[in-house]
Design a protein. Structure first.
Length: 177
């Protein structure tokens, strides 16, 4: 088995990425404090052709050296907007026709493997602070919540890992349609 070199991977240029059809998904980061997590999420959004990211509250914005370390250029390809308050981003996305889901453990959250993308719908997925999760005020504004089932002793995953898992599943469902 031969490992492929980067030039053999047929990756899009930044310009090709910007012109490419995207999956109708926005990522909302609600007060994410880790610059490395922010950069990792940019990179994941690039990998799965996500429309863009809303950076909210204390979430740092590019350009920033620490974000760039993990984003590896994805801050140039993935569109992003900053909102002082996450609720403002949620309200704007709702006006644009997005269905909003917090990635959070709630009384009525849907297990990720039971979450089904509906054809013709646009989705916004809200990921929260590394310790406190998605703010309750923001959860209250969402149409529902998605939970990644976990069976160990810990009750949460790193936000960049959570984003990778959830965005892969959403991407996988769009590819199947």
């Amino acid at each position: 088995m031969k490992k492929l070199r980067n030039e053999e991977l047929n990756r899009k240029t930044v310009d090709e990425f910007r012109k490419a059809g995207k999956n109708p998904v926005m990522v909302v980061l609600d007060n994410v404090r880790s610059l490395n997590n922010i950069g990792s999420i940019f990179r994941t959004c690039d990998a799965f052709l996500i429309e863009g990211i809303c950076l909210c509250g204390i979430t740092a914005t590019p350009p920033h050296r620490e974000i760039s370390k993990t984003a590896l250029g994805a801050t140039e390809s993935v569109e992003w907007r900053y909102y002082e308050h996450t609720a403002s981003a949620i309200q704007e996305l709702r006006k644009q026709g997005y269905r909003l889901f917090a990635v959070e453990q709630t009384v009525h959250s849907c297990a990720l493997h039971d979450f089904k993308i509906e054809t013709g719908e646009k989705y916004a997925l809200v990921f929260g602070h590394e310790i406190n999760g998605v703010d309750q005020e923001v959860v209250d504004l969402c149409d529902g919540a998605i939970e990644i089932p976990q069976h160990g002793t810990k009750h949460s995953l790193n936000i960049a890992v959570s984003a990778g898992i959830v965005l892969w599943e959403v991407f996988r469902q769009y590819v199947k349609k």
